[in-house]
Design a protein around this ligand. Structure first.
Ligand code: SF4
Length: 63
């Protein structure tokens, strides 16, 4: 599973890296940085929850 974040949509709510800190981390402005674009299986559920929690729908998931 792969994840990506659209930087034009991310406004830095920070929900993604609270829900899935092993996949997402903040930059200095609080915007999302994907630290594991190829999501290890053990973090897939958290990554999906993070995508669902993003109010901007900025996170995309692909297989
Ligand atoms: S929850 Fe969405 S808008 Fe907020 S930091 Fe994460 S990707 Fe960006």
């Amino acid at each position: 599973m792969r994840v990506s974040v659209d930087p034009d949509e991310c406004v830095g709510h920070g929900r993604c890296y609270v829900v899935a800190p092993d996949v997402f981390q903040p930059d200095v402005l609080g915007h999302c940085v994907v630290i594991r674009p190829e999501v290890p299986e053990e973090f897939e559920t958290a990554a999906r929850q993070a995508a669902a929690a993003c109010p901007e729908e900025a996170i995309s998931i692909s297989s």
